[in-house]
Design a protein around this ligand. Structure first.
Ligand code: PHE
Length: 458
């Protein structure tokens, strides 16, 4: 099989642009919304350490594998896996792994977009100064008022999806690359400003740092491991082909390991910085970070912003940060399926349009599960939103990641991998990576799965 020199969808203009786009995908609601409340709910630093272990031992090897598969295949995950499987002479059933990824992406984006909608709403509220002097009750009324109104949530979800569609439809370079070039530097600056504020002004920075870094292992349960693993996949955008499709657009001469190290480093730094921005001001205001769960940045923070000096400006900055991060992640969830449909011969307009429409429709039950369908419980005891989130992030992503590791580690020729990575097959770092994708990452995922099923008596 002759290998195309570049993807039919175009390429990033440089390796740096790939790193920006992939970091844009990785840094999102997972870092700024999910990570802080998961830390708070799972006992602080002990969770942080397990999460960091999952990132290093499982996430890092798999992200290298995903980028490698993407650049080798140069197409959507489905077609990349098909063509690689053919070239390597292994079963074409591996194409199904691409389908699993596309399904996970569609499912994730449909609830992600609902939360993305909340970030747009809160950004608008921040500009009006609505949080000023807001007490506990007013804050939960604002959040409750938004989520309890079927029209409002669906409207903001629609706006969020339209935004993503508008970006993805324009193309890889003119749409996605341009967006990340604009938003990512802004995001970094805002985050640093917010951490600086927490450090200088709150008086609770040390308390926050201890909370994040001084572990208390008594709170750890088998579920802590599963949650940390799911979060590691989610935050790095792994296991569904989002990073794979971005890798498909990585110019051939750029280094995969270096890019991967940057992406993982920036994503991890952002999550920790988000903790260092949020916890100090929450603690300083005497609030409890854990009790509100997912409400941390939507119910607790507005109260804090309403009380502290410069709160109006800080709130505007924070919610812009949140919305921007959600947008650059959202586009990467829309891209894999869009690329696939485009490869089937459709235009990008039809491709992105039909995927966005399906996701928009699936997002509606997620939005309604917080109001008119809030009594509906699915098997497993959670509502529609919670079930979608649990199944996709905690089961489908680690499963996808496991299969990606097994496929690259055991079914591809080492020579093909080394060639795509641009190293010689005897290179020590390369061999370490190969060992990690063959053994460490798969065993890690399997052990954590078994552990949460209670196999080790948990
Ligand atoms: N990594 C993104 C976040 O942290 C979410 C995401 C998951 C994006 C999977 C793409 C693929 O918010």
């Amino acid at each position: 099989m002759a290998k195309a020199q570049r993807s039919e969808h175009g390429e990033w203009s440089s390796g740096l642009m790939f790193v920006l786009a992939a970091t844009g995908s990785a840094v999102g609601l997972g870092n700024l919304w999910r990570f802080p409340y998961q830390v708070a709910q799972n006992g602080g630093a002990a969770f942080v350490f397990i999460y960091l272990l999952c990132i290093m031992l499982v996430g890092l090897p798999i992200i290298v594998a995903e980028i490698t598969l993407g650049r080798r295949g140069k197409q959507s995950p489905i077609n990349s896996l098909r063509s690689i499987a053919m070239a390597e002479g292994v079963s074409r059933y591996w194409t199904l792994l691409g389908w699993l990824g596309v399904a996970s992406g569609v499912l994730i984006l449909s609830f992600y977009s609902v939360v993305g909608g909340w970030t747009l709403y809160y950004t608008a509220q921040a500009f009006t100064g609505a949080f000023q002097g807001m007490g506990v009750e007013a804050a939960s009324e604002m959040f409750g008022g938004l989520t309890a109104s079927p029209w409002a949530v669906v409207l903001w979800h629609t706006l969020f999806m339209l935004l993503l569609f508008g970006i993805v439809v324009v193309g890889v370079r003119d749409g996605i690359q341009r967006t990340v070039t604009l938003l990512m530097p802004m995001l970094l600056v805002i985050l640093v400003l917010l951490v600086g504020y927490g450090m200088a002004a709150s008086g609770s920075f040390n308390e926050a740092a201890l909370f994040l870094f001084q572990p208390d292992y008594t709170a750890v349960t088998p579920d802590t491991f599963l949650t940390a693993l799911g979060q590691a996949f989610f935050t790095l955008s792994l296991g569904l082909g989002a990073i794979m499709v971005y890798g498909a657009y990585l110019p051939q001469n750029e280094s995969i390991p270096n890019s991967a190290a940057w992406i993982v480093g920036m994503d991890t730094a952002t999550a920790l910085l988000a903790g260092l921005a949020i916890f100090p001001i929450v603690f300083a205001a005497g609030m409890d970070a854990g009790s509100g769960g997912p409400g941390l940045v939507f119910k607790t923070l507005p109260i804090v912003f309403g009380e502290i000096p410069f709160g109006v400006i800080l709130a505007i900055l924070f919610y812009i940060l949140l919305a921007a991060a959600a947008i650059t992640s959202g586009v990467s969830l829309l891209e894999p399926a869009t690329a696939y449909l485009t490869e089937k011969g459709g235009s990008r307009l039809v491709g992105a349009g039909s995927v966005a429409l399906v996701i928009w429709l699936l997002g509606i039950p997620a939005a309604l599960s917080q109001n008119i369908w809030s009594d509906l419980k699915l098997p497993g005891g959670q509502g529609i939103f919670g079930t979608m989130e649990f199944v996709s992030t905690t089961i489908m992503l680690p499963l996808g990641g496991l299969l990606i590791a097994l496929f690259s580690g055991w079914f591809m020729r080492s020579a093909s991998l080394a060639k795509e990575l641009g190293v010689n097959p005897g290179n020590t770092l390369y061999l370490l990576w190969l060992f990690a994708v063959r053994f460490i990452a798969p065993l890690g995922v399997i052990l954590i799965f078994l552990n949460s099923l209670g196999v080790f008596g948990g």
